[in-house]
Design a protein around this ligand. Sequence first.
Ligand code: THU
Length: 134
Amino acid sequence: MDTALKALFDAADAAAQNAYAPYSHFAVGAAIRGASGVVFSGCNVENAAYPVGSCAEAGAIAMMVAAGETRIAEIAIVGVKSNPCYPCGACRQRIFEFSEGSTRVHLRDSVKGSVITHSMDELLPHAFGPRNLA
Ligand code: THU
C-alpha cells in the first residue's frame, strides 16, 4: 500500500475509534481525499431515535463541504468489527454527488489482509446524479 493510501486508511481508522454506535455496536470510519489533497474523516453517529443516526461517509462528506471542497478524489471506508465494510446504498448516492464514475472507493479485505478498490461506476451503476438535473 502506498503512503498516501495508508494515510487515508489511518484517518478512517482514527475516526472509527470515535464512532458513536451504542445501538448497533458497529463502528465505521470513512476518510476522503479531496481534490486539493486534504483528508476529511467521519464516523457513524447513532441516535436513540434510530433513523436519525448518520453514516461515517455522511460525516466525512459534511467535513469536506464545510471546508469548501466539493470533489472526492478517493475515499476509504473501514468497519471496526467487519471488513470489507461496503458503503450502504444511501452513502453510494452521497459519494456519487461529489465523484466521477472513475472515483476510487477503497475497502479493507480482512480475509486477505489487502485492499479492495472499486470505482463508483462499479458500486452505483447507471447512477442518477447532478448531470441528470443539468
Ligand atoms: N454505517 C455506516 O456508517 N456506513 C455505511 O455505509 C454502512 C452502515 C453505519 C450505520 C449504523 O450506525 C451502523 O453502521 C450499522 O448499520
